[in-house]
Design a protein around this ligand. Structure first.
Ligand code: ADP
Ligand code: NI
Length: 219
């Protein structure tokens, strides 16, 4: 199979898995991550194109917040990659990337450095969590999970474990910016993502200032 044919099949597989998602991890998110990854790939010629884009398409289909049985989802993806003629070595790299790139993974003791392809997909995914799109996704996700918009009495959590991060009791949409989104720009791997993230950080900072001023009736 040609790489374009393999990627078309992977795209279809992901679309079926994420169809109907209402938490901000739908096909539109995947398509933006793939577009971001292609842009970053253009600046990182030594990265492998097929591995990067395969991981970009598949990065959310084994996520523990989206599937109830992670190991069965993993076996499913592995079998599928074999069926589109990925050799065992390629399957292993893609699985390693999608198992180790998430923000929640950075909150566990079980962290593994990502290869360049994984660093690109991680940046591509994180770019879609910040800026104007990031603001919209946080509100969408928070609404879906019945979070409060804001409560000045509830302080942002510090040094969370993964379990604490996933526990949304007492979480607010505004606190999510302080707990995660404002930290992402400094965690970018590639120079281009770092540059883009700086602009998106400003968008979020201005938004938070305006939000608090309006909340307090000052604007
Ligand atoms: P990862 O898959 O990298 O672990 P998350 O699941 O934390 O990332 O985030 C995926 C998307 O959902 C991001 O856009 C993020 O901002 C949003 N999100 C995650 N947790 C919350 C939350 N508690 N409140 C609002 N948005 C959230
Ligand atoms: Ni994602």
């Amino acid at each position: 199979m040609e790489a374009t044919e393999q990627l078309a099949a992977i795209k279809k597989f992901t679309s079926q898995k994420l169809a109907g998602d209402a938490t901000g991890h739908g096909v539109d998110h995947i398509n933006r991550v793939v577009t971001n990854a292609k842009m970053l790939l253009a600046e990182e010629p030594s990265a492998n194109y097929l591995i990067t884009l395969a991981a970009a398409y598949l990065h959310d289909v084994i996520d523990d917040k989206l599937v109830s049985n992670v190991s069965s989802a993993q076996r499913d993806v592995e079998a599928f990659l074999g069926s589109v003629e990925f050799v065992p070595n390629q399957v292993q790299v893609v699985m390693f990337i999608i198992n180790n790139m998430s923000f929640s993974k950075t909150l566990t003791d079980d962290q593994h450095p990502l290869p360049l392809e994984g660093q690109i997909v991680q940046d591509a995914d994180r770019l879609d969590a910040i800026g104007a799109i990031g603001i919209t996704r946080a509100i969408y996700y928070g609404g879906h999970h019945s979070e409060k918009i804001y409560d000045p009495k509830i302080k942002p959590r510090q040094n969370m474990t993964k379990a604490e991060y996933r526990n949304l009791d007492n979480e607010t949409i505004i606190n999510h910016f302080y707990e995660k989104l404002l930290k992402l720009p400094e965690q970018m791997n590639t120079p281009v993502a770092k540059r883009i993230a700086r602009g998106r950080l400003e968008t979020m900072t201005t938004f938070l200032e305006d939000f608090k001023a309006e909340w307090n009736g000052l604007k």
